[in-house]
Write a protein that binds this ligand. Structure first.
Ligand SMILES: NC(=O)c1ccc[n+]([C@@H]2O[C@H](COP(=O)([O-])OP(=O)(O)OC[C@H]3O[C@@H](n4cnc5c(N)ncnc54)[C@H](O)[C@@H]3O)[C@@H](O)[C@H]2O)c1
Ligand SMILES: [Zn+2]
Length: 350
């Protein structure tokens, strides 16, 4: 049942500019938390979906799955969160809770009847479309709400809910500790988190970026080395160098060229998500027992672990806070790589 409407920014149709509107939020259920959203990050995935690059989407669309705010009310059965708590919401807001994946805490791969419920561009259990964080308030089941530790500002914490966990999870899984050589491809929103997290985990970190334009930033974020992929010598120089390559690039890349940079037994993990197929020459995998893998965000327990890790290591996103009327301009700037390193919407301006 809908009892309240809140202001939001929505794309009314595919590729259309976002505009201010009103959206419904459901009544607070027994296990629900009402969150006053303070900040919402702009992820490149928001743009892919507004542009329908991942297939047909639901409109009007209120994007936003990097949400940070404060609990302002809780349902009668809520035990995990209290009014006043600093909390975050990431890419999904519900799942079946019964399948093997949900029980293992990898709810992003829920195999229940409808899979998990995306924070936006999805349909909830109640049959209603979900609307994301580019708004002032959201109602979410407590199971899908994360604690943001003291010591991280809500603005720099918001991007951790997607960019943070998307890079932490594969670095954790495939190993980015001491003695490991890790390359991060692309220094955007995800890339700049990957560099900080891999460095904090103790790995030797190399950034592979198109140019050397952001080299000083990359080194300041914790990279040990920085190379331009536009320089043809880079690929020869770095052949057989890395244990792990994390590709955060939103566009197509020549996978073969990057696979040659792996040591034998190395793994390249794809987190960047261009919408169309990419050819791979199998000999670039066979020669060296190499693996090409993918990784999608992370489950609720690992997301909490990531937030705690970031707080412990003083890691946050580097953000450019914008007012809501600049969302369309921000989208254009993300598409031209003109962001250092995450746009975050101040939702008080909606
Ligand atoms: N797997 C997941 O769970 C997951 C989660 C979030 C985002 N994503 C995807 O990750 C990608 C990156 O997201 P983001 O928010 O960091 O985007 P972003 O735009 O902030 O960063 C992308 C970076 O790639 C760089 N780039 C583009 N073409 C390049 C090239 N040819 N070589 C080197 N660098 C290049 C850009 O300059 C930019 O710095 C998107 O496709 C997004 O949808 C995936
Ligand atoms: Zn995202």
């Amino acid at each position: 049942m809908t009892v309240t409407t809140v202001p939001a920014y929505a794309a009314p149709a595919p590729k259309a500019p976002l505009e201010r509107t009103e959206i419904p939020r459901r009544e607070l259920g027994e296990h629900d938390v009402l969150i006053d959203i303070a900040y919402a990050g702009i992820c490149h995935s928001d743009i892919h979906q507004v542009h329908e690059e991942w297939g047909p989407a639901l409109f009007p669309m209120v994007p936003g799955h990097e949400i940070a705010g404060t609990v302002s009310a809780v349902g009668s059965g809520v035990t995990r969160h209290q009014v006043g708590d600093r909390v975050g919401v990431g890419c999904f807001v519900d799942s079946c809770r019964e399948c093997e994946q949900c029980l293992a805490g990898t709810e992003q791969f829920c195999t229940g009847p409808n899979g998990n419920t995306g924070t936006y561009n999805s349909v909830g259990r109640d049959g209603e479309p979900t609307y994301g964080g580019y708004s002032t308030r959201i109602v979410v089941d407590e199971r899908y709400v994360l604690r943001i530790p003291e010591g991280i500002g809500l603005d720099v914490a918001a991007p951790l809910l997607c960019a943070g966990i998307t890079t932490y999870s594969p670095l954790n899984r495939w190993g980015a500790g001491p003695g490991r050589k890790v390359a991060v491809v692309g220094l955007g929103g995800l890339g700049h988190m990957a560099v900080q997290i891999a460095h904090a985990m103790g790995a030797e970190v190399t950034v592979l970026s198109q140019s050397l334009r952001k080299k000083d930033d990359g080194l300041a974020l914790g990279a040990d080395h920085y190379y331009a992929t536009a320089d043809p010598e880079t690929f020869g120089q770095l052949a057989n160098s890395f244990d792990l390559i994390l590709n955060t690039v939103s566009a197509d890349l020549d996978f073969g060229a990057y696979l040659r940079l792996l040591k034998a037994g190395g793994t390249m993990v794809q987190v960047g998500a261009p919408g169309h197929p990419v050819p791979v020459q199998v000999f670039s995998l066979i020669g060296g027992n190499k693996a090409l893998a993918g990784s999608m965000i992370g489950g609720i327990p690992e997301t909490q672990q990531m937030l705690d890790f970031c707080a412990e290591h003083g890691i946050g996103a580097q953000v450019e806070v914008i007012s809501a009327d600049r969302i369309n301009e921000a989208y254009d700037r993300v598409l031209t790589s003109d962001v250092r390193y995450r746009f975050v919407i101040d939702t008080a301006t909606i």
